[in-house]
Design a protein around this ligand. Structure first.
Ligand code: SAM
Length: 411
């Protein structure tokens, strides 16, 4: 049998009788996929693991609490033989052969008429890998091939464009704080499939260098905006490229909806009738402090964290931030876009009751190779920013979590 490779096929088992003999670890591993395939699964076994028992209790399989008996496989379309009794396995295998039921044997693959492939799934595709080498089966290699293909499809390093289902449109992708490894798997795959990428200055710029030459990469900051506002010009560029039937990725820093104007772009696209998906991203507000060793919450230190924009000063009438109330909170304050205004912000917080000794950390270009952390207090932060020449982009953290060391104690 080993001289010929197995013939791969996808069984459509919906409503069809599948018999599983043995309720141990093998059944536990295989049953979920049979249930997912809609099979009418009958388990024959005196015992079962708690997980298998739970599947029976939930009505996902029918459990016959007894050992295998001649005739169990008569009406089956497919069988999995995995009891701990070699005689029962051999007898069941002979019955399967007699009734022409394709049958997997966990104890003796060479005597089985079917092999279970190593399987994985990615976006509507099932990857099934079988060893066909007559010199011997190597299940770990087979699983490693499966993992490599599935991972590659998920993270976009294995590019397999859609031809029939691929639709033009825009994906607003949160690219994370900057480290190219911190984009989501979905974001990376969409990026790998894009015809056009409109990218912000913040975010994983290194990923752009990996794109194939036919991909048009547009720097959002350089889109000419003539009589339009910059954001309108970006919206128009998204709409125009999508209207040409292209797959467009709008690559944004952090998360599209955290001070990212993601909803404005979504509105513009919806208005123009362009399909749009939004892919969340890891926001710098949490990840950048974390990358510098600062947890935004810590048990016994902070039970809340508040993320605010510091792009307008507290006394500016355009500010929507209630700084006096923030000064009264005991938790962590995370300020984005606040480097220029941090002196006025610190003054306001102190004026409304926050201690001038409250620790402050500024984390510049977090998660990138240029990351640096500068520490101060509310009393000293204004002069520290100047003395240390802290530049945007930086995340500013105010609160006692800044002093929590790696040993878990507040310094
Ligand atoms: C327009 S907001 C965009 C925030 C983004 N949508 C997010 O969720 O992270 C830009 C601000 O995010 C912060 N920021 C983003 N990436 C950063 C990074 N890698 N290091 C430090 N600050 C960063 C800075 O405060 C910067 O001024």
């Amino acid at each position: 049998m080993a001289e010929h490779p197995p013939y791969p096929v996808g069984l459509r088992l919906t409503g069809r009788r599948v018999v599983v003999l043995g309720g141990g670890q093998v059944a536990q591993r295989r049953l979920p996929a049979l249930i997912k395939a809609g099979a009418d699964v009958h388990l024959v076994s005196p015992e079962a693991t708690p997980s298998v028992e739970a599947m029976a209790d939930a009505g996902e399989i029918t459990w016959h609490r007894r050992p295998y008996a001649e005739g169990d496989l008569a009406d089956a379309w497919y069988a999995l033989i995995a009891t701990s009794d070699p005689d029962a396995n051999t007898a069941a295998s002979a019955e399967a052969e007699a009734h022409r039921v394709w049958c997997v044997r966990s104890d003796d693959a060479d005597r089985a008429t079917a092999w279970t492939p190593a399987t994985g799934h990615s976006e509507g595709v099932t990857v099934a890998v079988l060893t066909t080498d007559a010199r011997g089966r190597d299940p770990r290699h087979t699983a490693a091939v499966r993992d490599a293909v599935v991972e590659g499809l998920r993270d976009g390093t294995l590019v397999a464009p859609h031809f029939r289902t691929r639709t033009a449109g825009v994906a607003l992708v949160g690219g994370g704080p900057g480290d190219p490894d911190l984009i989501t798997v979905r974001g990376r795959r969409l990026l790998a499939e894009a015809d056009v990428v409109i990218a912000d200055r913040l975010g994983p710029r290194d990923l752009l260098a990996e794109l194939p030459p036919h991909v048009e990469v547009i720097d959002a900051a350089k889109i000419p905006y003539g009589r339009y506002m910059a954001q309108e010009a970006i919206n128009n560029a998204l709409v125009e490229h999508a209207k040409q039937g292209k797959s467009v990725v709008r690559l944004k820093g952090g998360d599209p909806y955290v001070f990212g104007r993601g909803m404005e772009e979504l509105h513009a696209l919806t208005e123009a009738g362009i399909p749009c998906t939004v892919v969340p991203g890891i926001s710098s507000s949490i990840s950048v402090p974390g990358a510098a060793g600062i947890p935004v919450t810590h048990r016994g230190v902070a039970h809340e964290f508040t993320v605010v924009s510091g792009h307008v000063a507290p006394d500016d009438e355009r500010s929507l931030v209630d700084w006096p109330s923030l000064a009264k909170l005991t938790g962590t304050l995370v300020i984005l876009m606040g480097v220029d205004k941090i002196g006025r912000i610190a003054e306001t917080l102190v004026a409304h009751g926050k201690s001038p000794d409250t620790p402050v950390a500024l984390v510049q270009e977090g998660t990138t190779s240029s990351q640096r952390r500068v520490d101060a207090t509310l009393a000293t932060v204004a002069e520290t920013v100047v003395a240390e020449d802290v530049k945007p982009p930086a995340v500013i953290v105010v609160g006692d979590v800044v002093a929590v060391g790696p040993d878990g104690t507040a310094a």
